[in-house]
Design a protein around this ligand. Structure first.
Ligand SMILES: [Zn+2]
Length: 510
């Protein structure tokens, strides 16, 4: 007898429908798997047999063929255990065929019949809903994630026997649908109020958040580059539900969501090590998983010690940063991962780290410093609108709770986020497609800058005196537009241009 069960296979960020066909025919006992399953899926045979036996169900003592269709779609991982087991039960008449009709299932089986969580369940749930599934059965640890899809009935179970009981019962008395909205408790969030001094850096962070401008922080060790970078994401507007779903889906497909986790409502902050490979940054694997760049989607990608990253790794960031998405090609498939991120890069001013610092002298030679900057410049730096030099905070900035005259704490993140939100609303109303200023170029930018006559003259003078490149000059306008938006000004003033020019410390003539 032939049985069919529904499930899904991951393809990049999405899942595609897979039909698990189980055929029992006379012949020597054995289980054959066909249909492009990877090693983990092949091992399903052993797990399913043991799980059935230990759940008190019968293992057919005959020839069994399992086919995962469509055959040209690669299938990875242990998630097919559950639909294969259910197919075997239907084919051996231990479960009525109509009970599994329209029911999608996925989950890894332990040898004892227990159900273990798998990755990519949100993508699977979205696919099940798209295909009009009657219900989706998943391991209990994945149920909250699956239940994020509104309108889909989700059954979570801890054991195969639980699933069978549920499916045999025509009107399940207790349908274990998990609660729909579960947000992780907000942890102690890094706040801008804890950053002492650093007015220049704080201001740049605010502009970066408001306009969506990439940011470069240059400073000696201990100047607070990382501290500042960590405080960027909380300045951005809260994630829209659709964005939160995307972030959750990416982490789920990467296997980073965690058991029992629900919607990710915080903007991500990812900080890959400078030794990381291109695959770790961009994504990869035989069945591609998202890399750090995509895991930072809708959030902040922090590249500390930018000069230490391998050039060929950085080169691969250029196009995705511009396009907000990337493609990974494999022999049998092409996967798309979104990656709209705010980039914060940080670096020492020279190899020893102390160039330009008043407290210590730099030990590097001119040639070393030149080489250091040579590694940074070029295509990636070209996409960074804001360049900021940070000084280590001085003693009077730091203050002490035990001393009189402690400087007033800086503004809190909430106050700054309020200004950022107001500026973003202005951009949404004015800019084409509601884009942030950081994404405007050419005519789209020229059409909204509206400089005052004096401001225009200042910009033109700076262009010739500082020999700014065409791109560098455009960047000044882009940042000035954001500065004006933060101030609620319709036109860009001289002050805005002057401030924007201050964020171009490392422009080279190109
Ligand atoms: Zn040095």
């Amino acid at each position: 007898m032939l049985a069919r069960c529904s499930s899904g296979a991951l393809r990049g960020l999405e899942a595609q429908a897979v039909t698990v066909e189980v055929d029992i025919a006379p012949g020597l006992p054995g289980l054959l798997m066909v249909g492009l399953a990877d090693a983990a899926a092949q091992e399903s045979r052993e797990r399913v047999r043991a799980a059935l036996r230990n759940a008190g169900l019968k293992v057919p003592l005959t020839r069994v063929v399992v086919n995962l269709a469509p055959a040209d779609l690669p299938k990875a991982g242990p998630g097919f255990d559950l639909p294969i087991a259910l197919g075997l039960l239907v084919a051996s008449r231990q479960l009525a065929a109509e009970r599994v009709e329209g029911v999608w299932s996925a989950g890894e089986l332990g040898l004892d019949g227990g159900l273990r969580p798998i990755r990519g369940v949100l993508a699977l749930a979205l696919a099940a809903h798209r295909h009009g599934a009657r219900a989706l059965v998943v391991p209990a640890a994945n149920a909250v994630e699956a239940a994020l899809v509104a309108g889909l009935r989700v059954w979570g179970a801890d054991h195969l026997s639980e699933v069978v009981t549920l499916l045999r019962d025509p009107w399940p008395a207790r349908v274990p649908t998990p609660p729909r909205a579960l947000a992780p408790a907000p942890g102690a969030r890094a706040d801008l109020a804890e950053v002492c001094g650093q007015h220049h850096g704080r201001r740049a962070l605010e502009i970066a958040a408001a306009g969506g401008h990439h940011l470069l922080l240059v400073g000696a060790p201990g100047s607070g580059k990382t501290m500042l970078a960590r405080r960027l994401a909380p300045l951005l507007p809260p994630l829209a539900h659709r964005e939160a779903l995307e972030v959750t889906q990416l982490h789920s497909v990467a296997g980073l969501l965690g058991e029992g986790a629900g919607l990710r409502q915080e903007r991500p902050f990812r900080s890959p090590h400078h030794g990381c490979s291109a695959a770790a940054l961009i994504g990869g694997g035989a069945l591609p998983r998202p890399g750090e760049l995509s895991l930072a989607h809708h959030g902040v990608l922090f590249l500390d010690e930018l000069a230490e990253f391998r050039r060929e790794v950085l080169d691969q960031l250029r196009q995705p940063l511009e396009e907000g998405e990337l493609w990974i090609s494999r022999a049998r498939q092409r996967c798309r991962f979104p990656c709209r991120v705010l980039l914060v890069a940080a670096t020492n001013p020279c190899p020893c780290g102390w160039y330009g610092d008043p407290s210590q002298s730099c030990r590097c030679g001119e040639a070393q410093r030149r080489r250091h900057w040579g590694r940074l410049s070029g295509p990636l730096l070209d996409r960074i609108d804001l360049q900021v030099v940070m000084r280590r905070p001085e003693a009077r900035d730091l203050g002490s709770p035990y001393r009189e005259g402690t400087p007033a704490a800086g503004e809190t993140s909430a106050v700054v986020a309020g200004r950022v939100a107001a500026a973003r609303q202005r951009m949404e109303r004015r800019n084409r497609e509601g884009l942030a200023n950081g994404q405007l170029t050419g005519q789209a930018l020229a059409g909204v800058v509206a400089p005052e006559p004096d401001a225009l003259r200042l910009w033109e003078r700076a262009l010739s005196q500082r020999r700014l490149s065409a791109r560098g000059a455009e960047r000044v306008l882009r940042v000035a537009r954001t500065i004006a938006d933060l101030a609620g000004q319709a036109r860009v003033s001289t002050a805005a241009i002057a401030e924007a020019l201050g964020y171009r410390s490392f422009d080279r003539v190109d």
